[in-house]
Ligand binder design. Structure first.
Ligand code: SF4
Length: 368
């Protein structure tokens, strides 16, 4: 994968794309090479992610000449904030511009003491789920590690800063189709030497990319997994989510069973499509097979192209069927209804690309 963001600045190393242990080793060696104590390298490393600064010039604790040397050798890139919207319910949505002109979305959702940030892992998405604005754009490119974790970094650099307590990979893109970079980004988010967000507070949401689920399961940290199910039968799921042809439900459920930690099912309720009592019975069977918690998500009313919200009565009945079968379930509320908070909507509106915005499962980002 060619990373266009790198190619724009080929002569300096991007220090933000390194794992924390590699960055500190590089910076300590760089300090010694430039005649200053190695601990100066640790000071710089702390300013990358833990207490971030906008540029090397802002690291006031460093000698001026050393700051200039760092700036000449390394790149500490930024995402450019293009648009910031705030909903009446406190939800904020950010559109960030990338160095190659692409744009990605990040959503911050306050809930009591929690601030959950929904981040993007790709520009666009190849998977074309029928109800998704991002899918309608098509795939553009994978985000690099710093572009993924950097969405949280940019919130820390706001004045006043936003300090996320939870991170969910439910923004634009399928994170497990970009595992190599998501793998590094998870470390940048979680490592105490970087952002230090607890692994149990970081959720990777997938449509069920099996090799990616296995790779996530192999990590020792307690990262959480959410699976976008959206239909309990293969035939219907294939219509809504073409990826089901490659990774059918039985295989996805089997992967969820061997995932050592608890799994959440995401299920967007689509009126008269996937919200009948029979669908609920079948979903309960799947959830029981792998002990999953179920999030029922209302369709975001930002646009539908053939889909409608389930009625309150159908939603309540669906949840009752699940609970009667001892499946833990939460019925979520859409957040940011007044700011196009479904993933992909803001980008579509601002860039004017493709069809009217459609709602998707990223409109609500709570997990169990
Ligand atoms: S719902 Fe997620 S996986 Fe499906 S097209 Fe949209 S971004 Fe891609």
């Amino acid at each position: 994968m060619i990373n266009l963001a790198y190619s724009l600045m080929p002569d300096r190393d991007n220090i933000l794309d390194l794992r924390p242990s590699d960055a500190v080793a590089r910076l300590r060696a760089f300090a010694l090479d430039h005649g200053v104590d190695a601990y100066r390298g640790n000071q710089v490393a702390r300013r990358l992610w833990t207490a971030p600064v906008a540029s090397f010039g802002d690291i006031a604790e460093l000698p001026t000449a050393f700051r200039a040397a760092l700036d000449a050798a390394f790149e500490m890139p930024r995402l450019t904030l293009a648009t910031r919207q705030q909903s009446a319910d406190g939800t904020q949505k950010f559109l960030f511009r990338l160095a190659d002109g692409e744009a990605i979305e990040t959503v911050a959702i306050p809930d009591g003491k929690r601030l959950t940030v929904c981040i993007s892992s790709q520009a666009g998405c190849a998977l074309q789920c029928a109800f998704c604005a991002t899918g309608a754009m098509g795939f553009v490119r994978n985000l690099s590690p710093w572009e993924i974790a950097g969405q949280v970094r940019e919130l820390l650099l706001l004045d006043p800063p936003l300090r996320p307590t939870n991170v969910v990979f439910m923004g634009m893109g399928e994170p497990l189709m970009n595992w190599r970079h998501v793998d590094v980004a998870l470390t940048l988010l979680n490592d105490p030497a970087a952002m230090g967000i607890g692994a149990r507070h970081i959720t990777v949401s997938t449509v069920g990319i099996l090799p990616g689920i296995e790779a996530l399961a192999a990590r020792p940290e307690q990262f959480r997994l959410a699976i976008s199910v959206h239909a309990p039968l293969d035939a219907l799921r294939r219509q809504l989510m073409p990826i089901n042809t490659k990774y059918p439900l039985a295989d996805v459920i089997a992967a969820a069973r061997v995932f050592a930690r608890r799994v959440t099912f995401e299920y967007v309720l689509l009126g008269a499509v996937n919200d009948t009592p029979d669908h609920a019975v079948r979903l309960a069977e799947l959830a029981r097979q792998c002990g999953a918690f179920v999030n029922l998500i209302p369709l975001h009313p930002g646009g539908s192209l053939g889909f409608t919200q389930s009625s309150p009565r159908a939603t309540a009945a669906f949840a009752r069927v699940l609970r009667a079968r001892t499946v833990e379930v939460a019925v979520r509320k859409s957040r940011g209804l007044d700011i196009s908070a479904a993933c992909g909507q803001l980008r579509v509106e601002r860039l004017g690309r493709r069809s009217p915005p459609r709602a998707d499962h990223h409109a609500d980002v709570h997990v169990a």
